[in-house]
Design a protein around this ligand. Structure first.
Ligand code: ZN
Length: 846
């Protein structure tokens, strides 16, 4: 069962103030201990894997796209994905190196000094850039005039200045930061602008005064503001795209060879091209503005990173009309650029030098306006810091860039007079680049050195969200489809229910956006999930001997089962129904005091992370053997008991060694993702709702009924028990006693009796500690969920009494229930089991 919280649906509206979206706006995404890995793509398999990771986008962020073999990519790995990424490394021999241990530290370094006086030792927010433009306009009234090059979705102006010393000049357009996270672009453009006005260098004065300059430092203001206020790694515009995602890649949205490759049609993608060419007000208005510039001879667009000087086109490697001229000019410009600080640039057509990428501003300007000189820079560096280039590098970057701009303009002017069309051997080859990479590789630790890491959830928050409207439901279901690191503790299925959502630090910005947008009633349940996990497993709890003041792993549970067989040889017999996918035995025990009993089956931990399930099952087992309470003795000795505390041992072990939040089996369900939901995998009304066909989903039903070896063997074994009268499955959390079926709200044959017995059981359960349960058919009490074990047992074996427990709590701790609650949970549960059996006997079921 998915663990669904339906409790507190009647949360008092006095709490509404806490949910006010206004209080939570503008929160910043954080990347503490988010690692940046760097790796070279060496095989088609690796490329395919990385592209799948990029498409699925669940807690990974690529700083450069995986497009070609033999290129280097960098990707950010969220702390809860470190273990999974380690597995990919091994399986695909990725040889990923840690480039940075802590992305947030880099971001913080970039933010230093930004609100002091304007300059180029820091990166500045939009309002400071605009204020500086205003001072230029005041300071140089005869030379500098303001321009508004367009408008934005959020109502900002795309501001810039025109610098003109005299009439009759041809024009240069400089466009910065159309990709908002590429901060060095705006910084370089403003530095060059400042030089044009202040430098006394002869060649700078020459280009400054003999061209009209149209300078737009920030072509994507909404996105740029968002990188400062909310999410440092934001790339796109900020328009609403669908229920979940914002923004279009404004450099894939221009109306020239739109969507001719290298773009995505998925709104959540970082390279989403938009619904149509110029769907974005930014690109539409900016293009309109550029089209009005008289005598435009030169268009320069600035991006980062990669150290590339690129010429059109992005959709094809076919040389454009003045390809060879541009290559020659670009090559000379790159050579000049290198002279100052040694930075090596590659020069080439976009499609050949990086990858096919259509719909860029560069291509539109060239293809539509036929502007002669058109270059796009990918500024520093070659990937060490990428977008997060330290501010110390702003001035060197800008200096060398200006050197190259001077060459572009000088050479372009010289060439314009004779227009030669001669072949040019491609001047750049890769050895220097490769050598540099090799050196970096040697300096870094290989991934293999850090083995078997655990997923971590530091400062991951858990929110309780009340689903109040269809739109909110649609939103939450979209997140479930495209999680990017979000995790649901309970699936969003119905309006009027509650869900628990884990929000990783890098989604805080997004979460505050959607929270405000949809007026989500989200109550912070846990501020730091890792702290809760650490508390749950603190070493002081775990005793040498087995017990119920701590949670134990599979080996410890099995060793304890073995000890029972040894201690109670006439009563307890060992069972082993076969091995799991990873080769662990699925062990159980049979408890039988006499012949001729009806049988009770106790199923634990089919969902790996629901730890209290296994602990409850073993505690009840222990009571049956040791308690002297007459009621316990009565049920212990008058039934045959089949205990399987760990029916999903691979998953359970994984929650101990690697990822506390794991739910499924560990089979390989796709290239990218592991595991099927073993409680959606049973062969009765398989995939009849409430299960997913997506392998990465937490409720993936599996490729076919009983595709999982665990459920196949378990069902085979259960089918051999011909005296089975009662089947009890244990899950957590939500405090529910559920009866079949999950695929329909239609009532099973003995619905009334089952509910009557269950109601008495939960009333009894409540007596001990006041814990309140609700009872109902799965589909009506929670939501449709097909392929569960209890449905199969009921539907196929016709076992009379079948229940699934969702144990404590209601979501305060959820799966991470503190070990202090194990015994109380188990005690009250046993109280209810006694009632189920006694009452069942009264109805003649046993
Ligand atoms: Zn469960």
């Amino acid at each position: 069962m998915a663990s669904i919280s339906v409790a507190a649906v009647f949360v008092c509206c006095l709490l509404a103030a806490f949910f006010s979206p206004a209080l939570v706006q503008g929160e910043m995404a954080r990347y503490d201990n988010y690692r940046v890995y760097k790796l070279n793509i060496e095989s088609v398999d690796q490329l395919q894997l990385l592209q799948l990771i990029e498409q699925h986008s669940d807690g990974y962020t690529f700083l450069s796209d995986p497009v070609h073999l033999n290129t280097t990519v960098k990707l950010v790995v969220a702390p809860h994905k470190v273990a999974e990424f380690g597995e990919f490394n091994q399986r695909f021999s990725l040889k990923a190196e840690i480039a940075f241990e802590n992305l947030q530290a880099l971001i913080d370094r970039q933010l230093r000094g930004r609100r002091e006086t304007f300059g180029w030792t820091a990166y500045h927010p939009l309002e400071d850039i605009n204020a500086w433009l205003d001072t230029l306009i005041q300071q140089y009234p005869d030379v500098v005039s303001p321009i508004v090059a367009g408008e934005t979705y959020e109502g900002r102006q795309i501001r810039g200045v025109k610098v003109s010393y005299k009439q009759g000049n041809s024009a240069v357009f400089m466009e910065g930061t159309i990709h908002s996270r590429e901060w060095i672009s705006a910084a370089t453009v403003t530095w060059v602008l400042n030089e044009l006005l202040t430098s006394e260098d002869v060649s700078v004065r020459n280009i400054a005064e003999n061209y009209d300059w149209y300078v737009v430092p920030v072509a994507n203001p909404d996105g740029y503001v968002y990188t400062h206020t909310t999410t440092r790694l934001w790339r796109k515009t900020r328009s609403r795209q669908n229920v979940l995602c914002y923004g279009v890649d404004p450099n894939r949205n221009w109306d020239y060879k739109f969507n001719q490759g290298g773009t995505s049609t998925i709104p959540c993608s970082d390279t989403f091209s938009g619904a149509s060419p110029f769907s974005e007000i930014e690109t539409r208005t900016l293009s309109e503005y550029i089209a009005t510039i008289p005598n435009l001879s030169t268009y320069l667009d600035f991006h980062s990173s990669g150290q590339l000087l690129m010429i059109p086109y992005g959709h094809t490697q076919e040389p454009l009309d003045n390809y060879y001229e541009l290559m020659e000019i670009g090559t000379k410009a790159a050579a000049k650029l290198q002279e100052r600080h040694g930075s090596v640039y590659q020069v080439g057509n976009i499609a050949e030098i990086i990858y096919v990428a259509s719909g860029s501003s560069l291509d539109w300007v060239k293809g539509t306006l036929q502007t002669p000189l058109t270059f796009a820079y990918e500024l520093r560096d070659t990937g060490e810091y990428g977008f997060l280039l330290p501010p110390e590098q702003i001035i060197p970057t800008a200096e060398e860039t200006l050197d190259s701009i001077i060459v572009i303009l000088e050479e372009g002017k010289a060439m314009a007079s004779f227009k030669p069309r001669k072949a040019l051997s491609v001047p750049w080859t890769t050895p220097i680049f490769t050598m540099k990479l090799l050196l970096v590789c040697l300096a870094c630790a290989l991934f293999g050195a850090t083995v078997a890491e655990k997923a971590r959830y530091d400062n991951y928050r858990v929110y309780r969200i009340r689903v109040q409207t269809d739109r909110q439901l649609e939103l939450l279901q979209a997140i479930e489809q495209y999680p990017d690191g979000y995790q649901f503790w309970s699936a969003p299925a119905k309006v009027g229910t509650e869900v628990l959502l884990v929000v990783p630090p890098h989604k805080r910005g997004h979460f505050s956006d959607i929270r405000a947008q949809y007026a989500l009633r989200a109550e912070l349940q846990t501020a730091n999930l890792q702290e809760q996990i650490d508390l749950e497993s603190r070493p002081s709890l775990r005793k040498e001997t087995f017990g119920w003041t701590a949670y134990y792993n599979t080996d410890a549970i099995y060793a304890w089962l073995d000890s029972l067989v040894a201690s109670y040889p006439s009563v307890v017999s060992p069972l082993n129904i076969g091995n799991s996918f990873e080769g662990r035995p699925i062990k159980g025990v049979k408890v039988s005091y006499k012949a001729g009993n009806k049988a009770v089956f106790m199923e634990g931990l089919i969902h790996a992370r629901e730890w209290v399930s296994g602990a409850t099952v073993t505690w009840v087992l222990n009571e049956l053997l040791t308690s002297s309470d007459p009621k316990v003795r009565q049920i212990a000795e008058n039934y045959d008991w089949y205990f399987f505390p760990v029916t999903n041992p691979d998953g359970y072990e994984y929650t101990h060694t690697t990822d506390r939040q794991w739910r499924k089996t560990r089979s390989q369900s796709s290239i990218l993702c592991r595991g099927a939901d073993p409680n959606r995998n049973w062969g009765y009304n398989f995939m009849q709702g409430g299960a997913s066909s997506v392998p990465c989903s937490d409720t993936f039903a599996g490729a076919s009924p009983f595709s999982e070896i665990e459920t196949r063997q378990l069902s085979d074994f259960i089918a051999t028990l011909d005296n089975l009268s009662t089947y009890l499955a244990f899950h957590s959390f939500s405090q529910l006693l559920l009866v079949p079926y999950g695929h329909t709200t239609a009532r099973l044959d003995n619905y009334d009796e089952t509910i009557a017995i269950g109601t008495k059981a939960i009333n009894k359960l409540q007596q001990r500690y006041g814990t309140t349960y609700r009872i109902g058919n799965i589909a009506e009490a929670i939501y449709v969920a097909s392929g569960g074990s209890v449905d199969w047992v009921k539907g196929v074996l016709r076992t009379p009494l079948v229940y699934a427990y969702e144990l404590r709590d209601l979501g305060r701790f959820g799966f991470v229930l503190p070990p202090e609650q194990i015994i109380p949970t188990a005690e009250e549960t046993l109280d209810s089991i006694i009632v189920i059996l006694e009452e069942g006997a009264n109805y003649g079921y046993h």
